[in-house]
Design a protein around this ligand. Structure first.
Ligand SMILES: *Cc1c(COP(=O)(O)O)cnc(C)c1O
Length: 388
């Protein structure tokens, strides 16, 4: 009985307003009603990225928008600089390699974000400008670590290096403060199923003027992902193929919710819930650790928790799913079985947080971890101390 707790860091829970919007009848995607919808969502999405430039919307998962960012801006054999912040950064660099790019993959320990000093060092060591792009995952969903993109930008600027800056915000957009234009990001990659509170199926490229200029002579093969025909038809509110009309209805509803709450308040809400979650983890003790080791880089959309060696994080998740009907995020690849992740992003409020943490606390006890049961209380106190 009751509802399932979907507390993975994406897909997230869809608000009723979004679900109702999705259920409207599909319309003619070449007619005037669609054209008006297309114009509204293409315009309305820009402030969410912090951009005044066009944003391309693909009927694809986030992975498709990763590919689009690369094939529209780069040429075979181009060098790109990537950072091993976790599972998603690893997949993106693998894709870059498969597409024929030459990747400098800076190793990482999966507990830290992109180090701006390393960005500076690598670019300073490339006076010939062979590196054509720096790729960063803003919020590494596998580790709960948020990289400091403004500082990465400043590091690039100190070297005067012309490389493009490509940033994956799939699990941070509309959850964690992000500014495409102000931070001089060239392509921002995002997806629908995390902070935007939609089902999976849409993804995005926000594009700077510099990235658009690069696309004029980028030599990687592309057809479906090509920005140009999309931007041309988008200018009139249309798409060059059948768009995911119903997901665009949902997007319009989600943009309305974000506008009504105000992006600043959306970010503050996520920060507050993340702090309360960390208060619970600290109070539980029992050998649990935040996977993120730099407090400047704590993620506000999820918390990844490292369990003591003698325990299996997947077994804890299994117990919680079976007993409390709650899904938590699994540890991915290198941290499989060692980490579980609590998603606290999207359509999420105080009582959902307390229910989620209550389920985690009971599950940890059932799994035999020697935790202090003051965790949920610590979260309540954290919420009270900074009630909005
Ligand atoms: C979820 C996620 C992806 C993958 O997106 P898909 O929609 O599954 O293709 C990539 N990067 C990050 C940071 C993510 O959180």
């Amino acid at each position: 009985m009751g509802r399932h707790f979907l507390q993975i860091p994406g897909p997230t829970n869809c608000p009723d307003e979004v679900l109702r919007a999705l259920a409207a009848p599909t319309i003619d995607h070449r007619g005037p009603e669609f054209q008006a919808l297309g114009r509204r969502v293409l315009e309305g999405i820009r402030p969410v990225f912090g951009t005044g430039n066009p944003v391309v919307i693909y009927p694809a998962s986030g992975t498709g928008a990763w590919e689009a960012a690369l094939v529209n801006t780069l040429s075979p054999g181009d060098r790109v600089l990537c950072f091993e912040t976790g599972h998603f950064a690893t997949l993106w660099q693998r894709m870059a390699t498969e597409l024929g790019l030459v990747v400098d993959f800076v190793p990482g320990d999966w507990r830290h974000g992109v180090d701006p000093a390393q960005v500076e060092e690598r670019l300073a060591a490339d006076p010939a400008g062979e590196i054509k792009a720096v790729c960063c995952v803003h919020n590494e969903t596998s580790t709960g670590v948020t990289s400091r993109i403004a500082e990465v930008r400043a590091a690039i600027d100190r070297t005067g290096h012309p490389a493009l800056l490509l940033v994956d915000t799939i699990s941070s957009l509309a959850s964690i403060d992000y500014r495409h234009d102000e931070w001089g990001v060239d392509v921002t990659v995002a997806g629908s199923q995390k902070g935007l509170m939609l089902p999976p199926g849409l993804s995005f490229n926000a594009i700077s003027d510099k990235a658009l200029a690069a696309s004029e002579h980028a030599g990687l093969r592309r057809s479906y992902w090509d920005w140009r025909p999309i931007l041309e038809t988008n200018a009139n509110g249309f798409f060059p193929y059948t768009p995911a009309t119903n997901l665009l209805y949902g997007l319009e509803a989600s943009l309305k919710l974000l506008r009504e709450e105000g992006l600043k308040n959306v970010f503050a809400r996520h920060d507050r819930h993340a702090r309360a979650t960390r208060a619970a983890v600290r109070a539980w003790g029992g050998g649990l650790e935040m996977l993120c080791q730099d407090e400047r880089e704590y993620s506000s959309s999820l918390t990844a928790i490292l369990v003591p060696e003698q325990f299996d994080a997947d077994e804890i998740r299994r117990i919680i799913l079976q007993r409390f009907d709650m899904s938590l995020g699994a540890g991915l690849s290198k941290v499989a079985g060692k980490v579980f992740r609590i998603g606290h992003l999207g359509a999420f409020e105080d009582l959902t947080l307390i229910g989620t943490l209550g389920g985690v606390q009971m599950g940890l006890q059932l799994a035999g971890l020697p935790i202090d049961t003051g965790g949920v209380n610590a979260a309540l106190e954290s919420l009270r101390d900074e009630s909005q």
